[in-house]
Write a protein that binds this ligand. Structure first.
Ligand code: FES
Length: 78
């Protein structure tokens, strides 16, 4: 079972869990903050809406298209 860090908080998830699914178990369940300051969350779950953009180990990724790995650092806040 991989353990990742989401906004500084450790979270252990089942193998094969997407980052979007992990976000549903962590913090405020959001993936990013819009330019107007609203918190946004994964919506479509299939790579279309782009609402699930997060920083994974310093790179911008779609949370719904990214599998959790042990030691992964996910950031949802600028
Ligand atoms: S949830 Fe829509 S692109 Fe990831």
């Amino acid at each position: 079972m991989p353990e990742l860090i989401i906004d500084g908080q450790p979270l252990r998830v089942a193998q094969g869990t997407t980052v979007a699914a992990a976000l549903m178990s962590a913090g405020d369940r959001c993936s990013r903050t819009s330019v107007s300051g609203q918190r946004r969350a994964p919506l479509c779950g299939m790579g279309i809406c782009q609402e699930c953009r997060v920083n994974v180990d310093g790179l911008r990724r779609l949370a719904c298209q990214t599998l959790c790995r042990d030691g992964m650092h996910v950031e949802t806040r600028p």
